[in-house]
Design a protein around this ligand. Structure first.
Ligand code: GAP
Length: 453
């Protein structure tokens, strides 16, 4: 099997409509990408799979969807205003700017000059003004992680649901970081999505839960199709830990550009709930309104036996949707050698992630009887399949098979002349390329049994 490169993935994404450079007709904007018709399907399927595993398959996690614009006080007390920065160095010769840890041997990666400034912290948060006056007095941050509004809603969720510890709050949504050097396609971008769980536990049970969540998340990524050969766990050393973390394990994936972080599982202790409780107390000194709301906003919980109040600890598995997408694409992509020296590109996606679940292909696109039968079959299947069934009434059959191999459609169903006589269809399997004739009555069950769709 030929080893592919990042360029192969980028090219497939553009050619087939998975991912485009954002704002491309105006020259693009660095670090931003748009998901096209197939990309949005695959991305939604990945998020759905995560949501199922967190919210529907468990009884101890609730979901939320909070705002992106964030009150600066939230990010002041979370520590992001002071510490959410990367070290920046300028090249005095070519004026380019670099993240200090991306500079090798003290040389500018652009011009090779050693005439660099000393590293200085560069805060990664984007700011925007709020309201009609743009004098800087009223601004908000675009959230740099989805986590903070989970903490600020902790009491709201606890008070409105029947949960006791341990329990979790999960969220999927956009996060924004003004990365100094976005690079490697959708791996490091300035606008991306996160799938984050904040799992609240009793102090003392945190280390056990940290281990457990690391194992569960590893297993989940394998269920999405990532092979264990391409995954490693990295126990982040103390001097590299984020300001809120007591211990972090990163799930590292072997991307085309190297082994890099896909998800981090952090033990955030009571850092965030503690900081926001402090923030509330601080506010109450200055503001009557805050004083009135203070008792609601304290984020401690009460032990019903001892009556003592305590701050829960938090275990946080935090995954990047875009990095997950790239890992899954990389894993699924194969340039397969066929007999006769030919090759085909095939995406061996797990069917639950495939952007198209099944393609229904009329053998002759201008035969109205065949097309009508194909339309009926497509409509019938679509009614019970969660995900897109595509009527593929374009081009010749070989070209259609090639396309659906490339975009990872698990099953291509051809409607031919025999179908008109006996209501049977050929189902071609993407991976084996084997074809099987299946009757109309059996086809739904056949797809479910073979592809779980
Ligand atoms: N709430 C914890 C947190 O945000 P993080 O390690 O900074 O932790 C979590 O980010 C995940 O978000 C990462 O593992 C990665 O998958 C994704 N991520 C972070 N920065 C990113 C970027 N610039 N582009 C794409 N994904 C990113």
């Amino acid at each position: 099997m030929k080893k592919h490169t990042m360029e192969d993935l980028v090219s497939l994404c553009k050619r087939r409509g998975f991912i485009f450079q954002s704002n491309e007709i105006y020259g693009g904007l660095q670090g931003l990408y748009d998901y096209g018709p197939l990309g949005v399907e695959l991305k939604n399927n990945l998020k759905k799979s995560w949501w199922n595993s967190m919210i529907y398959e468990r009884d101890d996690i609730e979901g939320i969807d909070s705002s992106i614009l964030t009150n600066p006080l939230v990010l002041k007390y979370s520590g992001h205003e002071d510490t959410f920065s990367d070290p920046l160095q300028d090249c005095r010769d070519c004026n380019s700017r670099w993240r200090a840890d991306h500079i090798e041997e003290g040389k500018c990666p652009n011009c090779g000059s050693e005439n660099l400034t000393d590293p200085r912290p560069f805060n990664l948060m984007f700011k925007t003004s709020v309201g009609p006056v743009e004098d800087g007095s009223s601004f908000a941050y675009l959230r740099p992680e989805t986590a903070q509004n989970i903490f600020t809603n902790f009491k709201n969720v606890m008070d409105s649901t029947p949960h006791a510890l341990p329990f979790g709050i999960a969220q999927i949504g956009k996060a924004f970081r003004n990365e100094i050097t976005p690079r490697n396609f959708i791996f490091r971008v300035r606008e991306f999505e996160q799938m984050e769980l904040e799992f609240f536990v009793r102090p003392g049970e945190d280390e056990k839960w940290h281990k457990e969540w690391t194992e569960m998340r590893l297993k989940w990524w394998q269920e999405q199709g990532l092979s264990s050969d391409n995954i490693e766990l990295y126990h982040v050393p103390e001097d590299e830990l984020a300001h809120y973390s007591k211990a972090t394990v990163d799930i590292m994936y072997r991307y085309p550009h190297g082994l890099e972080e896909l998800e981090g599982i952090a033990n955030r202790t009571d850092f965030d709930l503690g900081s926001h409780t402090k923030g509330q107390k601080q506010l109450s000194i200055f503001s009557k309104v805050a004083e009135n709301t203070q008792s609601n906003a304290k984020l401690a919980v009460q032990d019903l036996e001892t009556k003592e109040w305590f701050l829960p600890f938090v275990i946080e598995p935090s995954a990047g949707v875009d990095r997950g997408f790239l890992a899954i694409l990389n894993e699924a992509y194969e340039e397969e050698a066929l007999e006769g020296g030919k090759t085909r590109i095939v995406l061996h996606l797990k069917p639950h992630l495939s952007p198209i679940k099944a393609a229904v292909i009329p053998l002759k696109r201008n035969d109205s009887n065949i097309v009508e039968k194909a339309v009926n079959l497509k409509n019938k299947l679509q009614r019970t399949i969660s995900g897109k069934v595509l009527l593929e009434n374009t081009g010749n059959i070989g070209k259609n098979y090639r396309k659906h191999d490339e975009i990872g459609t698990p099953a291509s169903i051809t409607v031919d002349f025999q179908s008109l006589d006996d209501d049977t269809f050929t189902v071609r399997d993407r991976d084996s390329m084997q074809q099987e004739r299946v009757s109309l009555e059996e086809i739904r069950q056949f797809l479910e049994e073979n592809y779980e769709i």
